[in-house]
Design a binder for this molecule. Sequence first.
Ligand code: HEM
Length: 174
Amino acid sequence: MSTNYNRVAQILHWLSALLIIGLALGGLVMVRLADSVALKTTMYRTHAFMGTTVLLLTLARIVWIFVGKRPSPLPMPRWEQLAFTWNHRLLYVIILAMTFSGIGMLALSGVSLPPTTLTPADIQDVAPRAGHSLFSKVFIALFIMHVAGVFYYQFSKGDTLGRMGVTWLRSKKA
Ligand code: HEM
């Protein structure tokens, strides 16, 4: 059994990570911009486009979990294994919740995809709006735990980033 994620899993992971970090940071900024700022509309459209792409990537990742070969589990105590497994599962759930609530917000406000005509004023006070905002905070908390766990493992136990293709930060203990 390989100790590394395969190339498809690595590419899907880093592409999703890049887009999701951009979505989280961009989302927090764009909702706080004044309506008069022209950039706000561009950010809303880019956000909805990137968010829909993340949904497709996440579905592809879920399929790949079952189709592709998984690496051997990292050696760690039982409680860390549980935290690792549930952090990953909940991240998938919250990412899906973010994308569904985002698309739901647009659909219930009468905006169709692709979001080329979306404007901030289109977003009505539909139920998924509050959900999207709340889920984004849960996502940020899970994401911080994920990154903290990765770096804790990387620098105290073994080369977990190397399994995901980042070989230049190789842990001396690996
Ligand atoms: C993993 C995917 C996503 C992440 C991490 C994300 C993140 C965020 C964040 C952090 C906000 C600001 C929330 C606030 O502070 O109130 C936001 C707002 C928003 N997002 Fe997303 N989002 C994602 C997917 C999507 C998708 C797929 C769509 C639509 C197709 C979408 C549409 C919107 C819209 C329209 C707003 C503005 C809501 C408002 O005006 O109150 N998002 N998003």
